[in-house]
Design a protein around this ligand. Structure first.
Ligand SMILES: Cc1cc2nc3c(=O)[nH]c(=O)nc-3n(C[C@H](O)[C@H](O)[C@H](O)COP(=O)(O)O)c2cc1C
Length: 225
């Protein structure tokens, strides 16, 4: 698979089949993805890979709390800047609208929207979940390094026939997740990532987000002959 095919066929998969993914395969993916670049080669990513009973325990712990705390615990970082402005605000809005439209959830049905949000917390049924941590003393450059590492994982996953979804929704449950893992307060949960085989028939996997044109986000200089 060409890299561009991996890039173009990746999308945020929000419904997975039960087909298992082995530890060996996850290790193989991480072993390639670790070649992702990072400033000063700090490699500031720390991954906890979860499957089987451990995953079930975390999911059921959250299930037992979510009715009382539909928005989870307070996140340790702002997932978005407060009062998001244009053009970002409209992009975020459209993404949410298109997602809910694909599964016929109307804007006013807050309950159904919350139920869909809660599906993040079982990794949308994926057999494997990654929890992605960063040393809390790290700054924006290292967060960007972790992002590059995550995209590399998602692309290698495509090469292996797998799909994925990065999930900041897990940041809403950092204390609960931490309790289930061997992780100390040096590290902050950035996000989760579901990895598995896409449920190709599920309508939530049938839509795609759009992107701005290159000329709208790039300024070219000095290319004229
Ligand atoms: C760091 C990160 C966190 C994300 N968190 C979530 C999430 O919690 N839940 C979710 O459904 N999608 C999440 N997404 C997916 C984005 O909504 C998605 O990448 C974006 O809308 C572009 O769509 P695409 O990935 O299908 O191309 C996340 C993506 C990234 C990169």
């Amino acid at each position: 698979m060409y890299v561009s095919e991996a890039v173009k066929s990746r999308f945020s998969c929000r419904a997975f089949t039960e087909k298992p993914v082995s530890k060996e395969l996850i290790k193989e993916i991480l072993d390639v993805a670790k070649q992702a670049p990072s400033g000063g080669n700090l490699q500031p990513w720390h991954i906890h890979a979860i499957s089987g009973k451990k995953l079930d325990q975390i999911v059921s712990d959250i299930e037992s709390k979510i009715t009382d705390m539909p928005m989870g615990e307070k996140t340790e970082y702002d997932v978005y800047p407060p009062n998001l402005w244009e053009p970002y605000r409209s992009r975020r809005f459209k993404c949410g609208e298109d997602l809910y439209k694909s599964i016929n959830i109307p804007r006013e049905d807050k309950g159904a929207r919350l139920n869909q949000l809660a599906k993040n917390l079982c990794f949308f049924g994926a057999p494997v979940g990654l929890f992605v941590y960063i040393d809390r003393k790290m700054g924006p450059p290292q967060w960007s390094d972790v992002g590059m590492f995550l995209q590399t994982i998602m692309l290698i996953a495509r090469e292996k026939g797998l799909h994925s979804c990065a999930q900041e929704a897990w940041a809403m449950w950092h204390s609960t997740v931490n309790k289930h893992l061997v992780v100390d307060n040096t590290f902050m949960l950035f996000c989760g990532m579901g990895i598995g085989y896409a449920d190709e028939n599920h309508p939530i996997n049938s839509w795609r987000t759009d992107r701005e044109a290159v000329d709208d986000f790039t300024t070219f200089y000095g290319f004229e002959k």
